[in-house]
Design a protein around this ligand. Sequence first.
Ligand code: SF4
Ligand code: SF4
Length: 298
Amino acid sequence: MAMLTEKQISSCRPGLKQLQQPILPLVRLVWMLYLSGPFQTLDELLRELNEPVETGGVRYQDPCRLLSGFLEAMRPFERLKNAQPPARIILEENLAPADQLAALDSWVSQNVLTQELEAINSALCGPCGCTLCCTGPTENMSHEFFEIPLLENEADLFDLARIDTKQSRSAAPDDEVPLKLNGKPFFACPSQLYNWSKGWSMILPKQSSCPNLEPTSGGCTIYPKRPDVCRRPQIFSYILEPEPCMDAEYEGRILPAFVIRRKILAIWDCPYVKQFQEEIGNYAQLCEMEPIFKENKS
Ligand code: SF4
Ligand code: SF4
């Protein structure tokens, strides 16, 4: 189903090109070379990758340059040759500990895809002229509000009133009995910042918009320093899922636990996800992940 105009599709070409050429197959090839070669670090290996490489039907003209931007994301691979204290617990879906190769592959894949998909989503979102992520529900949506969760200090990015009371700090936005302010449910009030039991978030009630949304251009006035959640894409890596109830102590530190899911999620509400469903499916296949399309806001 076509959602975008020909002009918008044409402006999406840089993002589409990245979707057609995911870096993960190249990362995995490099890992094989690292495992079988004499290299102690990935940097040593990259210095020798001077020729174009083809893997999984994708050709990489300048692998060294491409991979150098993902070196930190690939660093966990080096744990195989350079012993380090454990940093996380990685489990298979049946909650059995993953073997070391599967654990490192999923850890690195999650890092690499998170980084690559942030760039792809930015390239695809701009041409759509859509503000769905920055506005509250429309009149005909079943939702009463959308929530934008914020990290510590991110509340300062929004020029909005703050609700930080004993009641808010013991409540959650999806409580069955909603938090009330002056007798009204919180979502019947204008957009505000709330300090909930889980931390700060911005609540966008029906037909409201983020104060940082520029009304005529539809752009974000704080784009370079926008909150973390606004950088999270509509196509995102769901390879490792945090599983806090399995976190465990190791030598005085708490190691976070993750379960391997091996999926890429794409949010169906987003116009470029609808438009480029096939391309997203191919991208997931090249990355050996299962693509899942799901609705979020309708
Ligand atoms: S901060 Fe920017 S990107 Fe985030 S919701 Fe507001 S306008 Fe949108
Ligand atoms: S729904 Fe998609 S196109 Fe619309 S603002 Fe969000 S990311 Fe951009």
